[in-house]
Design a protein around this ligand. Structure first.
Ligand code: ATP
Ligand code: MG
Length: 301
C-alpha cells in the first residue's frame, strides 16, 4: 500500500513519498543512511545510537562512518581508533584499494585484483556486543575528486553487498551533498533525515528532498525516506513546535518519536558510549528506543 502523506500537493518533494514495508523487505538486511546537508543536526548521534539499540536487541549491526570528520569512529571506538588507522583498515583504505591497479595495459590485469583486501577485513568489532564498525579517516576528503572522476560512486554499495551477514547497517554521512553522501544514498535502502528545528534547517530539508529524488531516479529507485527525525525538540517552546507543525502541514513525513535536548548526549560522546549502554533509564534513551521501535514497526510509513 502506498501512503503519500499528502506529498502530492508539492511535486518537488515527492522524494518523501513513503511506502509500507513488505514482509520480504523486513527479512532483508536493513541499510539505513542518516543524511542532511546541514551540519550539527544530530546525524552522528542518531546513527550511532540507533545502531547501538539495534545491537542491544540482538541484531548483528554495522555502523559505516563515511564522514571525514570521523566523529562516529571516535564515538564508538575511542582508544582503539588510532590503531585501526595505523593498520590501514579504514574506509579510506577501502576506497584507495578501489583506485589501485586495474591497468588494462598490464600483462595480467587480474593480478591487481587478487591482492585486494576482502570487504570483511575493514569491519571491526566494537567493545559493544553485536556492534561492528567500518571506521572513517580524516584524509578521506583528499581523495574525493579522484574517486568522483574515476566513477567510484557504486563502490560503497559493492562493499556492503560483499559483507558477511549483518541484520542492519547504519551509515553516518558528512554534512554535504558530495561524493560520500551520494555513495551512501546509493548504497542504502532507507533514509532518515535529522532536523534540528531551526529555520536554516528547514530550507536544507527541501534541498535534501530534491537531492534524494535525483538519487532515486538516477541510481537507486529502491531508496525510501523513512522520515524526518526531530532532534533537540523542546515540547514547551513555541518556536520549534511551530516549525515542526509547518513541515507537517507541508506534507513532510515527520516521525512521531522526537528527541529532546539533553547534556547527557554530549557526555555520551565524551565517554564514547552510546546512550543505551551509558544510561539505559535516561529520558533521551527511551526516546531513542521509541524512535527505533517506530522505525522497526514501520508505523510511520
Ligand atoms: N539530543 C541532543 N541533545 C543534546 N545534544 C545533542 C543532541 N543530539 C546531538 N547533540 C550534540 O550536538 C552536537 C552535534 O551532534 P552530531 O555530531 O550528532 O551532529 P552531526 O549532524 O553528525 O554533525 P556534523 O554535521 O558535524 O557531522 C554534538 O555535540 C552532540 O553531542
Ligand atoms: Mg556527524
Amino acid at each position: 500500500m502506498l501512503v503519500a502523506n499528502g506529498c502530492m500537493k508539492r511535486p518537488y518533494i515527492h522524494g518523501f513519498i513513503t511506502y509500507h514495508t513488505t514482509f520480504n523487505e523486513r527479512k532483508m538486511m536493513i541499510r539505513r543512511v542518516i543524511f542532511n546537508k546541514k551540519g550539527g543536526v544530530g546525524k552522528t548521534s542518531i546513527s550511532c545510537n540507533l545502531a547501538a539499540i539495534s545491537a542491544a536487541v540482538g541484531k548483528k549491526t554495522l555502523l559505516i562512518d563515511i564522514d571525514p570528520q570521523a566523529n562516529a569512529s571516535t564515538y564508538l571506538l575511542s582508544d582503539e581508533y588510532p590503531g585501526i588507522k595505523e593498520k590501514g583498515l579504514t574506509i579510506l583504505d577501502f576506497f584507495k584499494s578501489s583506485l589501485d591497479g586495474g591497468n588494462i595495459f598490464a600483462l595480467n590485469p587480474f593480478f591487481y585484483h587478487s591482492s585486494r583486501p576482502t570487504p570483511d577485513s575493514f569491519v571491526h568489532q566494537t567493545r559493544f556486543a553485536n556492534l561492528s564498525i567500518i571506521a572513517s579517516h580524516e584524509h578521506l576528503a583528499d581523495i574525493e575528486t579522484q574517486l568522483a572522476s574515476r566513477h567510484k560512486i557504486y563502490k560503497l554499495k559493492e562493499l556492503i553487498d560483499g559483507l558477511g551477514s549483518f541484520d542492519a547497517v547504519y551509515i553516518d554521512t558528512p554534512p554535504a551533498i558530495n561524493f560520500f553522501s551520494q555513495s551512501a544514498l546509493i548504497a542504502a535502502s532507507r533514509c532518515l533525515i535529522p532536523f534540528d528545528c531551526d529555520a536554516f534547517s528547514k530550507d536544507a530539508i527541501f534541498e535534501v528532498g530534491r537531492h534524494i529524488v535525483d538519487i532515486q531516479r538516477d541510481h537507486n529507485p529502491s531508496l525510501r525516506v523513512e522520515g524526518i527525525i526531530v532532534n533537540h525538540f523542546m515540547a514547551q517552546a513555541r518556536h520549534p513546535r511551530k516549525i515542526v507543525d509547518q513541515l507537517t502541514a507541508d506534507g513532510l513525513p515527520i516521525l512521531q518519536a522526537k528527541l529532546s535536548s539533553s547534556v547527557k548526549m554530549r557526555e555520551s560522546h565524551h565517554e564514547s558510549t552510546p546512550m543505551i549502554f551509558l544510561s539505559p533509564e535516561h529520558k533521551l534513551t527511551s526516546e531513542y528506543q521509541t524512535l527505533y521501535d517506530e522505525l522497526e514497526r514501520g508505523s510511520s510509513l
